[in-house]
Design a protein around this ligand. Structure first.
Ligand code: XMP
Length: 506
């Protein structure tokens, strides 16, 4: 395995994903939590950081367990740290160097630069630069502006690079990372969806034995892949619960329940729609809606789980980005999450937890799902928020409004699928505004609801751009919604990006 020490760079997760794409397993740890068991670690990567090594509070962990013992690659801050630790000079470069640069290879035979052409494009993003290398360091590549763009410390089997190989704009970045993890560290490229499935099934069987596991299915990719993987491992010892909170898309509950059963999952569908809608009556505050829905879901799930005798484990579809404790500029304390009051937790939350996907990135979850034979239709679904349509109905949620937004959403999403636009959009849906506007239908004045359509491109939901859907398509969907959804006389398209807007309206 490759260990990546995170110093708070925005690109750390990208390094991990690029290495995983090489079918080499790696894990990210914050610089202040260096793992204790390191015998299986074949190489170490030090990430970039918003810090300067010259800052009085710059992170400088003790790397003596690794340096000289296994190969080390410092990227940006990591390279500056290696330089600084050994007495070299790192200084502010005057202006921030950001963007594309041409890398000139000085040592074509260096193992880190194997198969990298003499000149290629790399991506820079740094405020400091390495002015002087310590004795024993060898400069192996430069750019027009930076002499020490890459170096080797031969006695330590360590390298440093000032650019970011993990970023798309570094042309030969993947080759460089491959040179490090495969050729230098000697990792074999055997981390594949199939090998993950096989080893997970074995370890799940060992961990669970003959005991029973309960899992809440949401229709989303993560819980579905978790269920199918567990079902492969322990069959009907897995009991799935799929709750209809009355806030799902049109026909979603029945359709997805059928799909789950067709996949051979042992799943119970629980229709708690009325309970949720009743609890939401009169509530207009978005956060309040979220709290009510979250609490009620746990209540319903807890009641259902109690009906299964002797259940010992709670399975969850947690994935790696939820688990990674990112090193933040504000320091370790700001990332530590507060704990719930254990005494007050419902019984299901006291069960032993099993999270088979906790080390996977989202794209890896999809690949594992495909290798498990889960239909593309389920794996390619857009993300959908836990509180469902409740946060797409501005203001009070009523059964009538749910039906209305379900209809509008159905027309929009079906239209995207028919036009083969669905897979090019990261997330889409219809929002029902809480104000009405004047319109005219025939000779009659109308005073009805407004529906907003939202479609965004994103990679992780943290930032998003609105999608430039074709005007003809928007015109057709607008017509269909106004003609077919009674109570709506106006459709608008949301052209805001995140930030400063958010994807959901509430
Ligand atoms: P925002 O609106 O914050 O959404 O830009 C980013 C992503 O998160 C989803 N989202 C939620 N998911 N519970 C969820 O499970 C929530 O309360 C929630 N709020 C937003 C949203 O759909 C988008 O994918």
């Amino acid at each position: 395995m490759i260990l990546i020490l995170d110093f708070g760079s925005q690109y750390t997760q990208l390094i991990a994903r690029k290495i995983r794409e090489l079918n080499v397993y790696c894990e990210i740890y914050p610089f202040y939590h260096i793992p204790k068991h390191i015998a299986h670690i074949r190489g170490l990567i030090l990430s970039g950081s918003p810090f300067s090594v010259n800052d009085h509070n710059a992170p400088k962990p003790d790397l003596s367990a690794f340096l000289g013992k296994i190969p080390v690659l410092g990227i940006c801050y990591g390279a500056q740290l290696l330089t600084h630790m050994h007495g070299g000079k790192v200084g502010a470069s005057g202006l921030r160097e950001y963007g594309r640069a041409k890398l000139h290879v000085l040592q074509p035979n260096n193992p880190l630069l194997n198969k990298i052409p003499e000149k290629s494009q790399v991506w820079m993003s740094h405020g400091d630069t390495i002015d002087e290398l310590p004795e024993g360091f060898e400069c192996i590549a430069s750019t027009e502006d930076i002499r020490n763009a890459a170096f080797e410390i031969p006695v330590l089997k360590a390298w440093g690079i000032q650019f970011h190989p993990e970023v798309y704009h570094s042309e030969y970045g993947k080759e460089l990372l491959k040179n490090f993890v495969v050729n230098i560290c000697g990792c074999d490229q055997s981390w594949t969806p199939e090998s993950f499935i096989q080893s997970s099934i074995e370890s799940l069987r060992r961990k669970i034995g003959v005991e029973k596991v309960v899992l809440g299915l949401s229709g989303g990719v993560d819980s579905t892949v978790t269920a199918v993987l567990l079902s492969e491992a322990i069959g009907d010892q897995l009991h799935c619960i799929f709750v209809n909170n009355g806030l799902l898309r049109k026909n979603e509950f029945q359709n997805v329940l059928h799909q789950y059963r067709d996949m051979g999952l042992n799943v119970k569908g629980v229709d708690a729609s009325e309970r949720f809608l009743e609890a939401l009556r009169g509530v207009t505050d978005p956060e309040q809606k979220r709290k009510i829905i979250g609490r009620l879901f746990i209540e319903v799930f807890d009641e259902e789980a109690h009906k299964i005798e002797d259940v010992s484990f709670l399975a969850q579809g947690t994935i790696y980005p939820d688990v990674i404790e990112s090193a933040s500029v504000a320091g370790p304390s700001s990332t530590i999450k507060s704990h719930h009051n254990v005494g007050g937790l419902p019984d299901v939350m006291k069960l032993k937890v099993v999270e088979p996907l906790r080390m996977l990135f989202k794209d890896e979850v999809r690949r594992v799902g495909a290798a498990l034979g889960i239909p593309d239709e389920l794996l390619g679904r857009h993300p959908f928020p836990g509180p469902g349509l409740a946060i797409r109905i501005l203001g009070e949620v009523t059964p009538e409004k749910v039906a209305l937004v379900q209809e509008a959403d159905y027309i929009f999403i079906n239209g995207l699928k028919e036009e083969r636009l669905y897979d090019h959009v990261w997330q889409a849906g219809a929002i029902l505004l809480d104000s009405r506007s004047v319109g005219v239908m025939g000779d009659e004045r109308t005073y009805e609801y407004v529906v907003a359509l939202r479609a965004v491109h994103s990679t992780d939901g943290m930032t998003a751009d609105w999608v430039h859907l074709p005007y003809e398509f928007l015109a057709r969907i607008s017509n269909q919604i106004i003609n077919r959804v009674p109570g709506v006389n106006r459709v608008v398209y949301d052209i805001s990006s995140k930030p400063p807007a958010t994807i959901e309206w509430e």
